[in-house]
Every structure is written in C-alpha cells, then in structure tokens.
Design a protein around this ligand. Sequence first.
Ligand code: SF4
Length: 363
Amino acid sequence: MAESCYVHVPFCTHICGYCDFQRAGYSEVLCEKWLDALEKEIIGRKLPVNLKTMYLGGGTPSCLNLPQLKRLFTLLAPYTSHIEEYTMEMNPESCTEEVVKLAASMGVNRVSLGVQSFDDKLLKLMNRKHDKKMIQDSIDRLHRAGIHNISVDVMYSLPFQTIEQWMNTLEECVRLNITHLSMYSLTIEPGSAFARKNLKPQDSETEAEMYEKAIEYLNDHGFVQYEISSFCRPGLESRHNLAYWHYDDFIGLGLGASGKENHRRYDHLQGFQHYLNDPLNVKWIELSKEDEMFEMLMMGLRLKEGMSLSLFQQRFSCTFEQVYAEPVALCLKKGWIEFDGGKIKATERGFEILNTVLEEFLS
Ligand code: SF4
C-alpha cells in the first residue's frame, strides 16, 4: 500500500528558460477547472488515509491565488491530518506572508524553494523572477511561520556560469538557515527557450568539476550527501524522495503526475483537455518482475547507503546475488560496487560512473 502521494500543480506565472515540465501559464479560470477535476480524481481514487508523506510539486504550487490554494489544501486535508512530512514547492517571488501562513496552518511542514542561483545575471538569463534578496526574505518568512525544514534547489553547468559563480551560490546557500539542498546539472530540453536560443551547458569536464567541488564544499559545511544530487543536515533527508529511491509504491495525482502501485506504473494523459474531461483516465504500464528488480537497483544505487538486500529478497522471493551473479562478480572485480551491512552500494568510483555500472546489470 502506497504511503506517499505526489500532487502535480501544473501552473506557473512565468516560464523558465530551461523548463520542459508539464505546466501552463497560471490562469484563474483554468485553475478553477483543474481544481474541479482534481477533486473528482481524489474522490474517485479512494486514497488511503494513512499516508506518511505528501508532496505538492509542479509547476509552482505557490502561484495559485489564496482561495484556490486553500481549496487545494482542503481537498487533501483528510489525507494529511496525520502526515509525517508535508512538502510544498515554492518560488521566492510567490513565497508571500499570506501563502506561507496558510501553508503552515494547513500542516505543511517542509518547503522546497526554487532558488537555482544567487547570481542575479544568471537568474535573469533563466527567466526567473526573483533576486538574491527575495531568497533570504523567503527563508526568514518560512522560519517565522514555523516551517523550519527548508530545502533549496540549485542548478549548475548553466550557460556562461563560472566555477566561482557556482561556488558563490553554494556559499550563500550554506549561510542560509536551511536543512536540505538538491542540485541539478542543466540539460537542454528540446522545446525549451534555451534550446531555441541555442544556449549550451558547460562542457563535461567543467560540469564534473562543479559537481566534485560542490560535494567537497557541502561536506565541509555540515551537509551530508545521501543521494547522488541530494544533501541534508544530519537526519533531515527528504522522506518523500526516499520512498522513490527505496522503490516503494507512490500515488501520483494531477495532470503531469505519475505513480506506481501494485506492480504497475501510470502516467496521466498529456494535455489539459484530457485531464479536465476525465481525470481518472491514466495510462497504465505493467511492470515485469525483471523490470521491477532492475528499477529497484537503479533507484537504490543512487543512495549513498545503497539498496537493502533483505528488502529485495522480501519483494522478489529470490536473493540479489542469485539474480545478478555475473554483473555482481564483474562490478566487484572492477571496484564499482561493494556489499556493506546488508546492502549493496556503489563505491566512490562506481558513484561517479553510475550509468556505466547500471548498464552491466541491464545487460
Ligand atoms: S517554475 Fe519550475 S515548472 Fe515553472 S517554468 Fe520554471 S522550472 Fe518550469
């Protein structure tokens, strides 16, 4: 039974230069219709009431107007009264006093803030609508409202970004009173404004240098790397994201959301009209036992602590070593993986070339 639920809020007030997520420019009328459809979906899906994590992502959930935001929280309230972690994504420009107070009063206890950079020029290039000061103000506001579990998203390998600018962003981040940081390397998505302008990310060597320097710097400043792109203050991992990496089932609600339940994955159909007409109509994908075994490994090796061998055996009624005897022998020999405390995990070298390691298991 899924204990985690993701709700995709597909609206933004502006479109960032690198984005190809499922989202539309915010419109009050369209948002009302989307909320009507979401209500139908929630009722039709018969959600479990014992969820442990709820995650409102997007899009930009904080860009809804206050009555709409209140309606969204109220629709979810029967499932969030005993929730352990309730995360909402916000952008600094819409992280207002009213939004933050409302979110806190409805049980949100963790916020993921779209910071991306502390460099005002790069923010402008990305078509982000905040500046350095708004980031600091947002964090202060969240703490005043009692939300102390705060994550920030930052990006590297941006066009024209120097190593100094990247390190400066990280320095500013560790000065903030935050608990978690996720960092993403830019990929240019076809259809994004960056692609149309023919902007390029940094070359692979610079990208690798930025990643390595970030790990070193964050480790030296009290953050623990627990996943390939996630860092936290000790004990403050994202519980919701851990459910993905542990390959647990999760529910996905809303246009643009995906889920995985009872050996099947599902995606909502693309396009507002489909969702508004029939929000319960999703595309199901059956997962074979082999698919699931590989996906569990693929997600588990993203974690520094690795994947639990006993959980693997419990789920698939066979041992990991039986299924993957050959790639295990090869990867052990190459020094890419190791067994440690009932888990299989990537070594430092294996972590650096994770895709290559996974290819061995795929073949
Ligand atoms: S705020 Fe997020 S979802 Fe919206 S356009 Fe920017 S990157 Fe895309």
